[in-house]
Write a protein that binds this ligand. Structure first.
Ligand SMILES: CC(C)(COP(=O)(O)OP(=O)(O)OC[C@H]1O[C@@H](n2cnc3c(N)ncnc32)[C@H](O)[C@@H]1OP(=O)(O)O)[C@@H](O)C(=O)NCCC(=O)NCCS
Length: 160
């Protein structure tokens, strides 16, 4: 089941984010970067994104939070997509991605971008995104994340 995130989800979303970074991104970045990125528990980070136009959605399986994602329609940007480590590799990421792409299409967007961490590039390419650049994502505190910028057309395409 996929639904809009509620304030009561924020603590679980924050915990999922931190576990996902630690388990699924660790092979692609130095330990210090992973530690800084995962950080300490900060459920307020979800609200912070919402003040900048992010809309958050959660995917649950048998009542458990399995993934969450964030879409920013003004920026035409997929802001976040994180799957809990124990649910990774079972189609959860693709299911939530397709939901968010449908929302973007319904809102009239013809293209959506994502700033991907290195570990997720293959996932986005397997889901129709094409690389258009590379750069750094600023994590604050002088730490940056090597990132790949990808985009996917949403109109005039055969649905995958
Ligand atoms: C990247 C992520 C969202 C993928 O979610 P997932 O549920 O494990 O992926 P799915 O099972 O839905 O995979 C869908 C397809 O993508 C492929 N895929 C998934 N992860 C991949 C990867 N890292 N590299 C290459 N292909 C990948 C799968 O093989 C599958 O393709 P197939 O149907 O042709 O076999 C998840 O690993 C994650 O949360 N990573 C940590 C957080 C993160 O990096 N998020 C993105 C930040 S920009």
């Amino acid at each position: 089941m996929i639904r809009a995130a509620r304030k009561s989800d924020h603590e679980d979303m924050d915990a999922l984010f931190r576990a996902s970074v630690q388990a699924l991104c660790a092979d692609f970045y130095p330990p210090g970067v992973i530690e800084h990125w995962a950080g300490k528990p900060v459920p307020e980070r979800i609200l912070r994104g919402q003040t900048q136009g992010d809309e958050h959605f959660v995917l649950t399986r048998r009542g458990r939070l399995a993934a969450f994602g964030a879409l920013n329609l003004q920026k035409e940007l997929l802001e976040a997509l994180f799957v809990a480590p124990e649910f990774a590799g079972h189609g959860v990421g693709r299911e939530l991605l397709e939901f968010l792409l449908d929302l973007a299409r319904s809102a009239g967007l013809t293209r959506i971008r994502v700033n991907s961490s290195m570990n997720a590039v293959g996932f986005y390419e397997a889901n129709g995104f094409v690389e258009y650049g590379r750069g750094d994502f600023d994590l604050g505190g002088g730490v940056t994340l090597d990132s790949v910028f990808l985009a996917r057309q949403l109109s005039g395409e055969a649905r995958p």
